[in-house]
Design a protein around this ligand. Structure first.
Ligand SMILES: [Zn+2]
Length: 325
């Protein structure tokens, strides 16, 4: 990435295709917008999951940023996982069946997705000053907008708050693009909006406007008088996944508030017999829910954002107990 930036004249936009050192041949589109003034390098990625179209649309819109108004450099990789994009594949990469967002920072001698992750991590993620990785619900997921950062990394949390999606979640999950926070201390967030293959202009705009707010926060764009929208912070994303294949009937929608223990959906077998009823493992906001009738064993069903206040209370209770134990 550094040579792309060095080769870009200040005040210009460069567009092209990168040839990743991979088999089968892998060509990634890139756009480098180099500002007239010095400033940080922000990497915006999309298409790690190939059918999250609102995020890919948003990345292309951000690539049209006017370099005349920019300080620093905006590098956009709008389709990071081209084979998944062209084959309209959900979750996984069609070449090796791996989820690219579970294998970062990757491995030089690994499977295709691991090698792709290794190359992207080494050449791009680790070379930036900040990362915004755009996502959304996949073709079979409805989603309430949220962003994710590595728990305890304050610079990433600040970036997520500046981005201003309605929900912000701290995570301990590994293998995502956010690994660059662990390996290089980089401020990094995943920002998610829209889903189900849809790309309504208002949802694309959420990601574009959020990225611009983050760029103002980083000093790359002139300040705006508009206030950052209110944000609810969550200390966990409580996931449910399916223990069996069957017909999935969700009982809640994205954005709904649920109580711990509430019924959130049922699974039936192909003859229509009830297999299992699912209950909310925690109270909170449903941030995504799978809408596909076909459910495969091990696939996610839904995720609930657990609000910070609820968890802080339990942390406080733990701390109160700990001196006596
Ligand atoms: Zn995704």
């Amino acid at each position: 990435m550094l040579d792309l930036i060095q080769n870009a004249t200040p005040g210009t936009t460069q567009r092209g295709l990168l040839e990743a050192p991979l088999h089968p041949d892998t060509h990634l589109p890139f756009v480098v917008v180099r500002g007239m003034r010095e400033g940080p390098t922000l990497l915006v990625t999309a298409g790690v999951h190939g059918a999250e179209y609102a995020s890919i649309d948003a990345a292309y819109e951000l690539a049209d940023t006017d370099p005349a108004g920019l300080s620093g450099t905006l590098v956009v990789l709008p389709v990071v996982n081209p084979s998944a994009f062209w084959e309209r594949r959900i979750y996984v990469n069609p070449i090796d069946g791996r989820n690219l967002n579970r294998v970062f920072p990757g491995q030089a001698g690994g499977t295709y997705a691991e090698r792709l992750a290794h190359w992207i991590h080494g050449e791009f993620l680790s070379q930036a000053d900040a990362l915004i990785d755009l996502h959304g619900g996949d073709l079979v997921e409805a989603l309430e907008p949220f962003s994710i950062y590595v728990r305890g990394h304050e610079a990433s949390r600040a970036l997520a708050l500046a981005f201003g999606l309605p929900n912000v979640v701290a995570t301990d999950s590994r293998g995502m693009t956010l690994e660059v926070t662990h390996t290089h201390g980089l401020p990094a967030i995943i920002a998610e909006a829209s889903g189900q293959g849809l790309r309504p202009p208002a949802e694309v705009a959420r990601l574009v406007e959020g990225t611009r707010r983050a760029m103002r926060y980083l000093g790359m764009l002139a300040p705006s008088p508009n206030a950052t929208p209110p944000v609810t912070e969550h200390t966990a994303l409580a996931w449910l996944s399916s223990p069996a294949s069957g017909l999935w009937h969700p009982a809640v929608g994205a954005g709904e508030t649920v109580n711990e223990g509430q019924v959130v959906g049922t699974l039936r077998d192909l003859t229509g017999r009830d297999l299992r009823t699912f209950h909310a493992p925690r109270g909170g906001t449903v941030l995504f829910v799978v809408t596909s009738l076909a459910m495969n064993e091990g696939d996610p069903l839904l995720g609930i954002g657990v609000p910070a206040t609820a968890n802080e209370d339990s942390d406080a209770r733990r701390e109160e107990r700990s001196p006596a134990s």
